[in-house]
Design a protein around this ligand. Structure first.
Ligand SMILES: [Fe+2]
Length: 247
């Protein structure tokens, strides 16, 4: 499997505290059957992440994993904040795309998904970048009207070629024991395209684990849809291919 969203680079943003923490996160990924972890530090005004340093930082972590025999590849990327997306140069936009394939992991501004997001997706596409929307569950309210509103906003983004990445832990645990849980309804309706850990540390918070979410989806989606979400779509993203959800 491929983890498309992980704050695994050490001592950089609000992710891994140090190199030992990064190595522990990579071991956690390996135990879960994750072969590639995208390093996606925050590209946002309140984090001092210098994009030109990313190749060296990714290379240093990869070297440490190779020395310790951890069988995980670290791919370069970033989690680009909505507020920072328009101001990035073409070179920086390419450098934070996932494994250099041109797909951008976009972090929405706090609160409900903004009206201007579809236009931003279109502007990024005009610049040669494709968009993955990160963690929509954080941008959905609790009222039933919020689910309708979220569905409408996600469909507007999907219509513009955007893929929707949900946090694996949320998929695995939200509305547990409810076969009609919110996130399962959305998955059945084709609004779940990708899973990612969005892990920040081995010391606490979300783990670098995707398998539990995949297992939960198996109970609600067809085997073909689960295989597409878990394997085919993320591989195509790293390869820089066009990805059209069949659902
Ligand atoms: Fe993140």
């Amino acid at each position: 499997m491929i983890d498309l969203h992980c704050h695994i680079l050490p001592a950089l943003d609000d992710g891994a505290l140090d190199l030992a923490d990064s190595v522990a996160m990579a071991r956690e990924a390996e135990r879960d059957g994750i072969a590639v972890v995208c390093a996606t530090p925050h590209i946002r005004y309140d984090h001092d992440v210098r994009i030109e340093e990313l190749p060296e930082r990714v290379g240093a972590l990869q070297g440490e994993l190779d020395r310790r025999g951890v069988g995980v590849r670290i791919a370069q990327g970033g989690e680009l904040a909505q507020s920072a997306a328009d101001s990035l140069s073409a070179a920086h936009l390419h450098a934070v795309s996932l494994d250099g394939g041109g797909w951008i992991l976009l972090e929405p501004a706090p609160g409900p998904l903004a009206d201007e997001l579809p236009a931003l997706v279109e502007r990024l596409r005009a610049r040669g970048a494709r968009t993955i929307l990160a963690h929509p569950e954080r941008h959905a309210g609790a009222a039933s009207s919020s689910e309708r509103d979220l569905r409408k906003r996600l469909r507007a983004l999907i219509a513009r070629g955007c893929l929707i990445q949900w946090t694996a832990e949320f998929i695995a645990t939200s509305g547990l024991h409810d076969p009609d849980a919110f996130v399962l309804r959305l998955a059945r309706d084709g609004l779940v395209h990708l899973l990612a850990s969005d892990a920040h540390s081995s010391h606490g918070g979300r783990p670098v684990v995707l398998s539990a979410a995949v297992e939960r989806l198996r109970g609600t989606c067809s085997p073909e849809q689960v295989a597409w979400i878990a394997e085919r779509a993320p591989a195509a993203i790293l390869a820089g291919e066009e990805v059209l959800p069949p659902w």
